[in-house]
Design a protein around this ligand. Structure first.
Ligand SMILES: *Cc1c(COP(=O)(O)O)cnc(C)c1O
Length: 397
C-alpha cells in the first residue's frame, strides 16, 4: 500500500523518521551516560515498541494504564509519575514500576512504605547481586523557574499543582521526616518543546534551591523530565550532554530524561480525503478528518499543522479553508493554499501527526477514529489497526 490506497482517515507512522530520531537519542544516551525513557503520553503506538526498545532505556507513564502498557509491550525500565495515586492501584503500580514518583509529601506518607516494601521484596526475590539496591521512590520538585511564556504548558506557573516548591519541601520534611528515608531520587519536569539553554537555566535553579538535597547520600538519581526537543534540527545536543555530565559528576547521581515529542517528532502523517467543497465567501473543504476529534492540539495549543504541498493563504493560486464533518463551527484546521485546484476525492496529507494525536483522539459526533498504519523504510505502508462503530459504542452505555 501507499498513501493513495490507505483507508481515510489514517495516521501513518514513518518508521524511517522514527529510527532517525531514535538514533540521535541513543547517541545522547551513550555520550551523556544517561537513561532516556519514552514518555508514553505523547506516543503510545505500541506496535513500534519493539523498535523503540532497541534504542531507549524504557518507558515512563502518567498512571497505571500507561504503566501497564509499558510493562506489557516494552518490558524494560518502567517509571511512573502522577499528581496522585489511588489506594486500589498503588500495589500494582509498585509491582510493575521501577521508579514511582510522588508529587507531594502527603502522597509519599500515604504510599511510600507500601512501594518500598514491594520493591524490597522484588529485590530479594530476584537476588541479582549486581543490581544497585534502591527503593525506586522519587519526589517531583518545582524549581519555580519559568522558561516559557504559555502558562498552560508551564508547570512552574504561579499556582501550579505540579511539583513540590522549596518551601513546601522544607515543611514536608518537618512533617514527614520519617518517610523521607524511602526517597532515593528527585524529578523535575518544566520544559515544553524547548532547547538545552532552557534546561541549563532550569538546572541552575534546581541546584540553587534543591542542591543540598541532591547532595544527600540517599539520593541516587535525578530525572529531568521531558520537553527536551532533542531531535529538532536546531537543538543544541552538545549543551545537553554537558549539562547531564556535570550533574552526574557533581552529585554522583544517575540521570534520566523522559522526552515524548522528541521520539516521534515529524514521524507521522494524517491522510484525509476531501468529501465536499462548500462555497461561502471562500471555498471550504469538508474533510473526513477533524481537528476536534483527530488533531485536538490544533484547537488546544492552538497551532497550524504542516500540510504537504501547501502554502499560507494566498501564497499559492488556490486558497481553501480546511474543515471537517463535525457540527462544531470552529472545527477548522486552518486556511491553506495550493498550486492546483482541489477536487472532491483528493487526498491531503498532514505532517508531524505522530505525537499527541493517536493518544488524544476521540469519537465526538460519532466520528470514526483514524486507522493506524506504519510505513517501513522502503515506503511500503501496512495497516496496523482499523476502527469502526464498535469502538464508538464501546465507550458509551
Ligand atoms: C509531558 C511530560 C513528559 C513528556 O513531555 P514532551 O513535551 O512530550 O517531551 C515527560 N514527563 C512528564 C512528567 C510529563 O508531564
Amino acid at each position: 500500500m501507499d498513501f493513495n490506497n490507505v483507508p481515510t482517515p489514517s495516521y501513518i507512522i514513518d518508521e524511517k523518521k522514527l529510527k532517525d530520531n531514535l538514533t540521535i537519542l541513543k547517541d545522547v544516551r551513550e555520550k551523556a551516560g544517561c537513561h532516556i525513557l519514552l514518555a508514553q503520553k505523547a506516543f503510545s503506538a505500541f506496535c513500534e515498541y519493539p523498535l523503540i526498545k532497541e534504542y531507549l532505556s524504557g518507558a515512563t507513564a502518567s498512571g497505571l494504564f500507561e504503566a501497564r502498557l509499558g510493562h506489557e509491550e516494552m518490558g524494560l525500565e518502567n517509571h511512573v509519575f502522577s499528581p496522585a495515586y489511588k489506594p486500589d492501584e498503588i500495589e500494582e503500580i509498585a509491582d510493575i514500576c521501577d521508579h514511582v514518583i510522588f508529587n507531594s509529601f502527603a502522597q509519599l506518607g500515604k504510599y511510600g512504605k507500601i512501594v518500598a516494601d514491594i520493591h524490597k521484596d522484588q529485590e530479594s526475590r530476584s537476588k541479582s547481586a549486581n543490581e544497585p539496591s534502591y527503593t525506586g521512590i522519587g519526589l517531583r520538585i518545582n524549581p519555580e523557574c519559568s522558561t516559557q511564556e504559555d502558562a498552560i504548558y508551564d508547570p512552574c506557573a504561579k499556582g501550579s499543582r505540579l511539583g513540590i516548591t522549596l518551601s513546601a519541601f522544607e515543611k514536608g520534611l518537618e512533617e514527614y521526616g520519617d518517610v523521607f528515608k524511602y526517597v532515593d531520587g528527585l524529578h523535575f519536569h518544566t520544559l515544553c518543546e524547548q532547547n538545552s539553554d532552557d534546561l541549563e537555566t532550569t538546572l541552575k535553579a534546581v541546584e540553587e534551591k534543591f542542591g543540598k538535597y541532591l547532595s544527600l547520600p540517599q539520593i541516587k538519581w535525578l530525572n529531568m523530565g521531558g520537553g527536551h526537543h532533542i531531535t529538532r534540527a536546531d537543538y543544541d545536543i552538545e549543551k545537553l550532554i554537558g549539562c547531564v555530565k556535570s550533574i552526574k559528576e557533581k552529585y554522583n547521581v544517575e540521570v534520566y530524561l523522559e522526552p515524548g515529542e522528541a521520539i516521534a517528532l515529524n514521524a507521522g502523517y494524517l491522510v484525509t480525503e476531501v468529501l465536499d467543497i462548500v462555497d461561502n465567501d471562500l471555498k471550504i473543504l469538508v474533510l473526513d478528518a477533524s481537528a476536534a476529534c483527530h488533531m485536538p492540539d490544533v484547537l488546544e495549543m492552538p497551532y497550524r499543522p504542516p500540510l504537504r504541498d501547501s502554502g499560507k493563504p494566498d501564497e499559492k493560486k488556490y486558497t481553501y479553508r480546511l474543515s471537517s464533518c463535525t457540527c462544531l463551527a470552529g472545527d477548522i484546521i486552518g486556511d491553506y493554499s495550493f498550486d492546483k485546484e482541489i477536487h472532491v476525492g483528493d487526498r491531503l496529507i498532514f505532517e508531524d501527526m505522530a505525537i499527541y494525536s493517536m493518544v488524544k483522539n476521540n469519537t465526538f459526533n460519532g466520528m470514526c477514529l483514524p486507522s493506524i498504519c506504519a510505513m517501513d523504510e522502503k515506503g511500503d505502508v501496512r495497516l496496523i489497526k482499523k476502527f469502526g462503530y464498535e469502538d464508538f459504542k464501546m465507550r458509551l452505555s
